[in-house]
Ligand binder design. Structure first.
Ligand SMILES: [Zn+2]
Length: 243
């Protein structure tokens, strides 16, 4: 069992000098924390999510390390973060939440505190980009899904950068989608809502941003390698938006 108090204490310590944190909801008696880093920075914020699947701790650790030091490089960019969207799953190392639901496919559910917290954070906002950090237990290397409208993709540059810190999954087909150098540009509407449900990434791309990256690190590799992969990918996205 992972220690959620350790997570929250580390988060509060890291964000004390950089922003503000608040409780966006409770689930199973644990707070779902929303962090705003550089809340006074101008322009639209970025949105960072991690830990939607509780058995993918690399994203949560990457989010913490980003707050602890990575964010200092971008003082003029505001980051809204849910660093651990599924506290029960994180503590028990389960993909699903505490009542057995895969949160990634139920954006339209009104009865789940985790989804309500996410909706509360995004309500009325437009994000310059969204990065959602996940892991894949079966992948030999890093890969990512990139969705973008009205501007060039950055997947090539992102994959090249990540290749210096983590192996890339070079399979031509990943999770059923065509991929090039570990980057997939999925058709967001191809998967019917009837069969899988309303995906969180689909909802965020449809309603809240023009650029969304789902970052997938290979769980079999050491934790810090996976964290470095996420942080390198995040840096590529940030730099594409700060010019
Ligand atoms: Zn996942």
């Amino acid at each position: 069992m992972r220690d959620y108090t350790q997570f929250t204490e580390r988060l509060h310590a890291a964000c004390a000098s950089r922003g503000v944190s608040r409780v966006a909801g409770y689930v199973g008696g644990r707070p779902i924390l929303h962090v705003s880093i550089h809340p006074d920075a101008p322009g639209p914020p970025a949105l960072l999510l991690a830990g939607t699947h509780g058995d993918e701790p690399g994203g949560v650790e990457a989010a913490l390390q980003f707050i602890e030091r990575g964010s200092d490089a971008y003082p003029r960019m505001r980051f809204e973060m849910l660093p651990c969207t599924n506290p029960c799953g994180y503590v028990h190392a389960t993909r699903e939440n505490g009542v057995g639901i895969d949160l990634n496919w139920v954006y339209d559910r009104d009865d789940l505190p985790e989804i309500r917290a996410l909706r509360d954070v995004v309500a009325g906002r437009r994000f310059r980009f969204v990065v959602d950090m996940h892991e894949d237990w079966e992948s030999p290397g890093y890969y990512a899904y990139e969705l973008r409208r009205d501007a060039p993709y950055i997947g090539d540059d992102l994959s090249e950068r990540v290749s210096h810190v983590c192996p890339i999954n070079h399979d031509p087909v990943i999770e059923g989608d065509p991929a090039v150098a570990g980057v997939i540009h999925p058709e967001p509407y191809a998967e019917s809502r009837e069969s899988r449900g309303y995906g969180v990434p689909v909802a965020l791309y449809e309603e809240y941003t023009d650029h969304l990256l789902t970052s997938e690190s290979p769980t079999p590799l050491p934790l810090q390698t996976r964290v470095d992969a996420h942080l390198t990918a995040l840096t590529a996205v940030i730099e594409a938006h700060v010019g």
